[in-house]
Design a binder for this molecule. Structure first.
Ligand SMILES: CC(C)(COP(=O)(O)OP(=O)(O)OC[C@H]1O[C@@H](n2cnc3c(N)ncnc32)[C@H](O)[C@@H]1OP(=O)(O)O)[C@@H](O)C(=O)NCCC(=O)NCCS
Length: 374
């Protein structure tokens, strides 16, 4: 008998969540009931991180306390820093993030404690330290001196500062903050589901986030923002864009930054990110990437009716901000740690071991022939 197989769990509802709601039918996304666009307009990233983790927007006092904890945890142990210094310089920064979180798990005194209180404390450590680890690697591999975090800077400002030694224009910082808000959470995507699956065996939060980072790295998920930039670099100039995209589609190429498992008529996060991409391009006096962006998007919609996802505008935005392309998905990580963690806490609160079934299609029953007779 052939079972009804839902490959890729397509359309399957596997659990309940209170963290976020993706509504493709009205092109909307809410975190804890608040529209992501509204949060982008009125909040800074730390407020949204607090909301995702705690369920409510913070009061001024709660935010201050949250920021105090995050800033206090912005340091790396000697072991972790020495390990990063010894990582191969050619390592992909996503592998650096994955390994750094894993090392944090070795060092955390509360690794085994899965109580909500201990897990929230561990989240704050992972949340604060991962950008520091990534920025350290950013500098080390360029042969530059590591820049220590500054406690009077916001989460976003500090990341720029640790990578580049200075905080850019406020429009750039705001665009980065918005990208972090839009990347923070997106329900049961593959990396979040991975984190929940690991958690479902009652494993620890460092392991769940390590697994989630590995999952996010793939080009069909977070890795797409890097692929978008590779594509734009291949196109080189707006005059080449039309031919490039038409040829790509003629050859049935999967165009990165387009399509989505849930949104079929447009990703709710794109209009906001597109607007901030424009703002960044204006500050950087760049017209090339917006032109390429628009031409490729138009053809994708006209020929395939496939719309861009959020990785399409973030790719060129991060490039214009000055980040190396292989740092785009790690930036996604430093934001999504919040969403993953909220789901890990939720999974612990109402756990059921995740264990689907498979339809077997291998050899039928057979006898083992001893090795000397094979
Ligand atoms: C995200 C993604 C994996 C969703 O896939 P999915 O829900 O499994 O949908 P499918 O891959 O089955 O796509 C359905 C059809 O659209 C086509 N399609 C989907 N995305 C496409 C893209 N980016 N470029 C070209 N064709 C695409 C598929 O080839 C398929 O065509 P077919 O029916 O003729 O075979 C897919 O759209 C993709 O690979 N996108 C590029 C990677 C990316 O940007 N990922 C980030 C997601 S946020």
């Amino acid at each position: 008998m052939t079972e009804d197989i839902k490959k890729g769990l397509l359309g399957i509802v596997v659990d309940e969540t209170e963290v976020s709601k993706v509504m493709p039918e009205i092109n909307s996304l809410t975190y804890r009931g608040y529209a992501a666009q509204d949060l982008c307009a009125k909040c800074k990233f730390e407020e949204v991180a607090y909301l995702i983790l705690n369920g409510e927007l913070p009061s001024e006092k709660q935010l201050k306390n949250f920021e105090k904890v995050e800033r206090k945890e912005r340091n790396l142990s000697k072991t972790l820093l020495e390990s990063i210094k010894n990582f191969p310089k050619k390592s992909h920064p996503m592998d650096v993030a994955r390994t750094a979180v894993s090392i944090m798990g070795l060092e955390d005194k509360e690794t085994k404690d899965n109580s909500p209180e201990a897990n929230l404390r561990k989240v704050m450590r992972i949340f604060a330290k991962t950008p520091v680890a990534l920025a350290a690697f950013y500098r080390i591999r360029k042969g530059k001196k590591i820049i220590k975090p500054k406690n009077n800077l916001t989460f976003s400002e500090n990341f720029f500062y640790m990578c580049f030694g200075k905080v850019p224009e406020k429009e750039i910082v705001k665009a980065f903050d918005v990208s972090l808000i839009l990347y923070a959470e997106h329900s049961f995507n593959v990396s979040t589901f991975t984190a929940r699956t690991i958690t479902s065996s009652l494993s620890d939060i460092h392991g769940a986030i390590t697994g989630a980072i590995a999952s996010l790295k793939g080009p069909l998920h977070g890795g797409a923002n890097e692929e978008v930039m590779h594509m734009m670099n291949k196109i080189k100039k707006p005059e080449n864009a039309l031919n490039w995209i038409n040829n790509a589609l003629d050859q049935k190429t999967v165009v990165m930054g387009f399509g989505h498992r849930v949104y079929k008529s447009g990703d709710s996060r794109v209009p906001t990110m597109r607007e901030y991409f424009s703002k960044v391009a204006k500050v950087k006096k760049d017209k090339k990437f917006e032109k390429i962006y628009d031409i490729v998007e138009k053809v994708m919609i006209e020929r395939k009716n496939i719309h861009p996802n959020v990785d399409y505008p973030t790719g060129p935005t991060y490039h214009l901000m000055g980040f190396d392309t292989d740092f785009f998905t790690p930036i996604f990580v430093i934001s999504r740690i919040t969403g993953w963690s909220a789901h890990i806490l939720e999974q612990h609160a109402a756990n059921k071991l995740i264990r689907p079934l498979a339809s077997y299609k291998g050899n039928s029953y057979r006898k083992v022939v001893p090795i000397n007779q094979r």
